[in-house]
Design a protein around this ligand. Structure first.
Ligand code: SAM
Length: 278
C-alpha cells in the first residue's frame, strides 16, 4: 500500500495547486503516495467553530485550543489502520534535514499539523504525541508552506517519482565525500557554450567521463567547504578545511600549505574558464 500523508490545517485552500503540479502532482496521480488535506474547523464546535483563544499570561496573538485539535487528530487517525507518525510544523522543532526526510520517506503514514497564530497549546502537542519539525531558523505565518515543503521533499524520494535522468541520490545532501559526509551539488551548465563572454569549464566538453566525475566531485567538495562549513557538523564529522586537505594530499607542512593553497587547490586544476562560483 502506498504511503499516506494526512495534513491538518485551517487553510486547506493553500494546498491544491502544489499537490497537483510537477513531480509532486505526478507522484500523487501515479499512486506513489496519497495526500489528504483536512480542515480542522470541521471538528470545532458550532455555532462559531472556534479553534483558538487568547494566551494565558497575556501577550499578543491567539493559541490553538486543545479540544478541536484532539478531535481532529483522533478522527483523522481513525481513517487508516496504520499508526501515523505525527509531526507539528514549528520553528522550535528539530531542523528538517535530508537524513530526517529520508527517514520520513520510509514511513508508512504521516500526519502533519499546520500551526497558525502564536502556536499550539503545549498540552495538545504533548498528549497527542507530536514531534516538532522546523524548516529553518525563520518564522513564516503558518505551517501550510512548511508542510508542503516536507511533503515535496518526501515525495521526490519515493521510487519512481523522478524521471530517468534525475536522481535524488545525486542531489545536494545526498551525495557524499569519501568519508560518507554530505556534500552540496556541483555547478551545472548547458548550451550555448559561450554566453555573454562566459564559457563553460573545458572539462565538461572533453567527453572524458572520469575527468568530468572527478571535476564535479572536486567542485562539490569546494562548495561545501566554502559555503557550508557547518553542514557536516549537522550530520557528522566536521569537513576538513582546505589547508588540512591539501596537507594530507601533498605532505606539505601546514604553513607551506596555507601559503600555497590559493594557487594549487585541487578544485582549480580542472578548468580556468569557469565563472566566479561563490
Ligand atoms: C507565526 S508562527 C508561530 C511562531 C511562534 N510563536 C514562534 O515564535 O515560534 C505560526 C505557525 O507557522 C508555522 N511555522 C512558522 N515558522 C516555521 C518554521 N520555521 N518551521 C516550521 N513551521 C513554522 C508553525 O506551524 C507555527 O505554529
Amino acid at each position: 500500500m502506498a504511503p499516506r500523508i494526512d495534513i491538518l490545517s485551517l487553510f486547506p485552500e493553500v494546498f491544491p495547486a502544489a499537490l497537483s503540479s510537477s513531480i509532486l502532482g505526478r507522484a500523487i496521480s501515479d499512486g506513489l503516495l496519497s495526500v489528504h488535506v483536512h480542515d480542522i474547523r470541521q471538528w470545532a464546535e458550532l455555532p462559531h467553530r472556534k479553534v483558538d483563544d487568547r494566551p494565558f499570561g497575556g501577550g499578543p496573538g491567539m493559541v490553538f485550543m486543545c479540544e478541536p485539535l484532539a478531535a481532529a487528530v483522533e478522527a483523522v487517525e481513525a481513517l487508516d489502520a496504520r499508526r501515523a507518525r505525527r509531526i507539528l510544523l514549528a520553528p522550535a522543532g528539530q531542523p528538517m534535514t535530508q537524513p530526517l526526510v529520508n527517514a520520513l520517506a520510509s514511513t508508512e503514514r504521516l500526519m502533519l499539523l499546520c500551526g497558525h497564530y502564536e502556536g499550539v497549546d503545549q498540552r495538545a502537542i504533548d498528549a497527542l504525541e507530536f514531534e516538532e519539525v522546523s524548516i529553518g531558523d525563520f518564522v513564516v505565518s503558518g505551517g501550510e508552506l512548511p508542510a508542503l515543503l516536507l511533503v515535496d521533499a518526501v515525495a521526490r524520494l519515493l521510487p519512481g517519482a523522478l524521471g530517468h535522468d534525475a536522481s535524488a541520490a545525486e542531489d545536494s545532501f545526498s551525495i557524499t565525500d569519501d568519508h560518507g559526509q554530505p556534500l552540496l551539488d556541483c555547478p551545472h551548465y548547458t548550451r550555448p557554450r559561450v554566453w555573454r563572454e562566459r564559457t563553460v569549464p573545458e572539462v565538461l566538453l572533453s567527453g572524458d567521463h572520469q575527468a568530468i566525475a572527478s571535476w564535479r566531485r572536486s567542485e562539490s567538495e569546494h562548495r561545501t567547504r566554502t559555503r557550508r562549513p557547518d553542514l557536516v557538523s549537522l550530520h557528522g564529522q566536521p569537513l576538513e578545511d582546505e589547508a588540512s586537505m591539501l596537507q594530507r594530499s601533498t605532505g606539505l607542512d601546514a604553513t607551506a600549505v596555507r601559503r600555497s593553497a590559493p594557487c594549487c587547490a585541487g578544485h582549480m586544476s580542472a578548468g580556468t574558464s569557469r565563472p566566479q562560483r561563490n
